[in-house]
Every structure is written in structure tokens, then in C-alpha cells.
Design a protein around this ligand. Structure first.
Ligand SMILES: *Cc1c(COP(=O)(O)O)cnc(C)c1O
Length: 386
């Protein structure tokens, strides 16, 4: 669909990379479950396909779709979000380089850098990314190659000004990477705001149904596109065809799902504010959230993630997380079903005891698209029982 790039988002979500199968008319492009492709004479590749680590039409369809939705020149998909991040980091960093990263990035991202790249000779500074003076202070001219931010951040929903961060990074020639997993391209498009690279765990909102792992990199710079493409092939952490197909299937409903996730989360956040069993509700849609105005500017709406600080400390927070019914206790987020998590010992267990540790009374909600009254009743019931 590259000849019709001006369709609106919801149309592209359904049509970009999704041309019907020309040989049968099948409306849904088939899943190419094949590892290799017959050649018409040596080097005679049909459609350029040779071997599936290098390229598979089902993966291409997902990649074309992701590039279209994020407004990037190219997208690459991987077996998981962390596989995508690893490939991106290898494409940019070499020993001696330095990365500045949010002090509340996804625990697995911090673990990847600190446990895999640091022993390799890369160094890392973790800072409050919303505070641009602190970021500037952390940058080491010549050594800092990457600024890495999540906005909204996980789990405290801090908001960073992507446009301003990109401008700062570019002053120093650093590549500005936004992990756009929490917002999805429907709510926020970092490349349009000046970021260089978007990474995703497509496991979350893009896939949207908690049934497939995946990751992606979307970017514009031709030189970096070349490097990432080479490492996707050369290292081989690619998404398989069935995973790519499931992710495409999920993305078709991204726009309607995100609208409903956001509406449900906004209603829940409103209802929870001021609850006697809670110290605080973290949701960028609340007018007193410190990043509210900024989020209103750079996001279409405020998304489906909420965190709460429970008044009774760690014990009460754990009991709350273990006593809801519709909100099921599980890692992950972004699926149609609501999930509840205790970051300190679940998603962020790998940063416990470090400066990145999450307070022990925080509970995180991934608000699904069920009936909002049922969700509110579930949460209020569990809080009552504390
Ligand atoms: C889950 C997640 C990741 C890692 O993705 P996987 O698909 O689990 O490898 C990275 N960043 C964020 C914000 C995430 O939520």
C-alpha cells in the first residue's frame, strides 16, 4: 500500500502491508510458513526471497505496517521486545560508549544494558529523563551515543518532552530512542516529534491479545537502517511468520482498542482518586499529574496504564494485587483483558535494591477493554477488603 500513504491511521492499521493475495484473492494475506524459497536458477529469487532469516513475506507485511503507523522509513520485527532492543544497541554501541537512560525504564531493558552491554565496555547513567538539565549533566560529549526514554514511564507514568529531549540529544550527536510500548503509535508518534528511533515490545498493545511475543524497531536514518537490517539478518533474532501474522491481526483493531483502554482507564483513575486506601493515583490523564499538560500535547489520549500507591505499605499493596478477580495477577500489559501487577517483585524485580527500585507500595493496573463498571466494582471490592 506504499502508493497510498495518505490514508488516516485507522485505515492504515487495516490496510498497510495487507494487500490481498494476488493468486487467490484471499483478503487476508497468507501466513508463509516456510524456511526457504525455490530459486529460478541460481540467484533467481522470486520477490527477492531467498531464506527466511533474511526475509519472509509475513514478516515483511508486519514491518511495512509498523513503519506506516509510526511514520518511519523502515521497521524491523523481532522475536521479542528485548531482542529488538539488543539488535538496536549492537547497531549503535561499541566498547567505550555511554548511554543515558531513564531511571525508571523497563527492568528488562536496564538488565540488558547493565548485565550484557556494561561487561562489554559500555557505560550507563540512569537519570530522571523529564529533567532536561539532569540529562544534559549526564551526557558525556563524544562518549554518549544514546538517550533512551520511556514516556509514559513504567510504572510511575512520568512524562518526558520528546521534542525537547530529541533537540538536546542532537546537540551532542546522540541517537534519541523512545520505547513507545506504553503509548502505541495510535496515541504517540515519537519520530514525528524528532526522535530518531522507536522501539516496541509488540507483545503489549500492538499485539493486544496477550497471545504472542514480539518486538520492533522503527527508524528513518538510512545508515542506521542498513546496520539494523544487517544485524537482524546477521544475528537472527527475527519474528517467526506465525508470530508476525498474529501481531498484524492484533494491530488491525489497535485504534478501537486504544480508545477503549484510554476511556476505561480515565474513568477508573477518576474513581480511585481520593480513595482512603490509596495514597496516590498515577495517571497522566489526571489534571494534577505533573506531566498532564505535556501528555495532552504529545499524546492523543492518556492510555490504559495506571499505578497506585497503596496506603498500607508493601503488605497492603500485595494483598490488593492478589485479591482482584477481573484484574488478573500477571506480568505484562496491553492486552484486552485487565491485569494487575506488583512491580517491586514482578516486572521490576531485576532492579530491586538498585537506585531504580520501585516503591514497595506501588500496584500497577493494565486496564483492559471489559465493561468499566465491572472493572471499577472489582477494584473497589478488593480495596474494601484491605
Ligand atoms: C515488555 C516490555 C519490554 C520488553 O519486551 P518483551 O517483548 O517482553 O521482550 C520493553 N519495554 C517495555 C516498556 C515493556 O513493557
Amino acid at each position: 500500500m506504499s502508493e497510498t500513504p495518505d490514508y488516516h491511521f485507522s485505515t492504515r492499521a487495516i490496510r498497510a502491508g495487507q494487500d490481498f493475495d494476488p493468486s487467490t484473492g484471499s483478503v487476508v494475506p497468507p501466513v508463509y510458513l516456510t524456511s526457504t524459497f525455490v530459486q529460478d536458477g541460481i540467484g533467481g529469487f522470486r520477490g527477492g526471497y531467498e531464506y527466511a532469516r533474511g526475509g519472509n513475506p509475513t514478516r515483511d507485511s508486519l514491518q511495512e505496517l509498523l513503519a506506516s503507523l509510526e511514520g518511519g522509513a523502515a521497521a524491523f520485527s523481532f522475536a521479542s521486545g528485548l531482542a529488538a532492543e539488543d539488535t538496536l544497541l549492537r547497531s549503535i554501541l561499541k566498547p567505550g560508549d555511554h548511554i543515558v537512560m531513564g531511571n525508571d525504564v523497563y527492568g528488562g531493558t536496564h538488565r540488558l544494558v547493565s548485565r550484557v552491554f556494561v561487561p562489554w565496555g559500555v557505560s550507563i547513567s540512569t537519570v530522571e529523563m523529564g529533567d532536561l538539565e539532569m540529562v544534559r549533566h549526564a551526557i558525556r560529549p563524544d562518549a554518549t551515543k544514546i538517550l533512551w526514554v520511556e514516556t509514559p514511564s513504567n510504572p510511575l507514568m512520568k512524562i518526558t518532552d520528546i521534542e525537547a529531549l530529541a533537540a538536546l540529544g542532537h546537540e551532542f550527536g546522540a541517537t534519541v530512542v523512545v520505547d513507545n510500548t506504553f503509548a502505541s503509535p495510535y496515541l504517540q508518534r515519537p519520530l514525528e516529534l524528532g526522535a530518531d528511533v522507536v522501539v516496541h515490545s509488540t507483545t503489549k498493545y500492538l499485539g493486544g491479545h496477550s497471545d504472542v511475543l514480539g518486538g520492533a524497531i522503527v527508524l528513518n536514518d538510512p545508515e542506521l537502517i542498513e546496520k539494523v537490517g544487517f544485524l537482524q539478518f546477521g544475528v537472527g533474532a527475527v519474528s517467526g511468520p506465525m508470530d508476525a501474522w498474529l501481531t498484524v491481526r492484533g494491530i488491525k483493531t489497535l485504534a478501537v482498542r486504544m480508545d477503549k483502554h484510554s476511556a476505561n482507564a480515565a474513568a477508573i483513575a477518576d474513581r480511585l482518586v481520593g480513595h482512603p486506601k490509596l495514597e496516590r493515583v498515577f495517571y497522566p490523564g489526571l489534571p494534577d499529574h505533573p506531566g498532564h499538560d505535556l501528555a495532552a500535547r504529545q499524546m492523543k489520549s492518556f492510555g490504559g496504564m495506571i499505578s497506585v500507591a497503596v496506603a498500607g505499605g508493601a503488605a497492603a499493596a500485595k494483598r490488593f494485587a492478589e485479591s482482584t478477580v477481573l484484574f488478573q495477577l500477571a506480568e505484562s500489559l496491553g492486552g484486552v483483558e485487565s491485569l494487575i501487577g506488583y512491580p517491586s517483585e514482578m516486572t521490576h524485580a531485576s532492579v530491586k535494591g538498585t537506585a531504580l527500585e520501585v516503591p514497595e507500595n506501588i500496584v500497577r493496573l493494565s486496564v483492559g477493554i471489559e465493561d468499566v463498571d465491572d472493572l471499577i466494582a472489582d477494584l473497589l471490592g478488593a480495596l474494601d477488603r484491605l
